[in-house]
Design a protein around this ligand. Structure first.
Ligand code: SF4
Length: 204
């Protein structure tokens, strides 16, 4: 297993709960994306989930509703989770690399991700998952390695310095554009489900 460098560079340790963090993020203007979006999309799910999913950023539907993964890609994600016996609000917590919609759904710029990632890092610490699924190359490149390619890294377990198992896979939006990616994502989520079940077995 590769060892991943996972080093938060911004101290939000005084923020003691997800609710408190959400309040702070709601007022965030750390990058230019806030000026162009309707609302901040913080993330949602089971706050004690052992499985966390991390995507790229809000799209038009998410921006309108203030919730992550509610558009077509989100509906597909729900189906993928369901197919492996997981339910998003019961078993997962979902967030994105950036919490404000980039204009025209473009990829977040490095300076935007740099400003937003400390929020996500603290969110991860507060949820404290055992497994993280990185959905797409943006999450892979901003959280693991800017040079990493999702076509190479998907389906391969990584592990963070704190021991979180990390599985990169394709973003559901990529599956909507290219159906040939459905099979690999299915295989990746089967691995995730197996690891998830093993968490319980290892605890007796
Ligand atoms: S994208 Fe993140 S850093 Fe930028 S304004 Fe929104 S919450 Fe703040």
């Amino acid at each position: 297993m590769n060892r991943v460098i996972y080093e938060p560079d911004f101290d939000l340790s005084v923020v003691g709960s997800l609710e408190e963090l959400q309040e702070q993020v709601a007022g965030c203007t750390r990058c230019n994306l806030r000026a162009g979006c309707t609302r901040v999309v913080f993330g949602e799910g089971n706050p004690g989930a052992r499985l966390m999913l991390i995507g790229e950023g809000p799209g038009a539907d998410e921006d309108r509703m203030g919730r992550p993964f509610v558009g077509k890609a989100g509906q597909l994600l729900d189906k993928i989770l369901e197919a492996v016996g997981l339910e998003r609000f019961t078993h997962t917590y979902i967030a994105n690399v950036v919490k404000c919609r980039p204009p025209g759904n473009r990829v977040p710029r490095p300076e935007e991700a740099e400003q937003c990632l400390p929020w996500l890092y603290r969110q991860i610490e507060l949820v404290s998952p055992k497994i993280i699924v990185l959905l797409g190359s943006t999450a892979l490149q901003y959280l693991i390695d800017p040079q990493a390619r999702i076509t190479v890294m998907r389906g391969r377990w990584l592990v963070s310095k704190s021991g979180i198992k990390i599985m990169p896979t394709y973003h559901p939006a990529a599956l909507l554009r290219d159906a040939s990616k459905k099979r690999p994502v299915w295989e990746d989520f089967k691995q995730v489900k197996e690891a998830y079940l093993n968490l319980y077995l290892s605890q007796g």
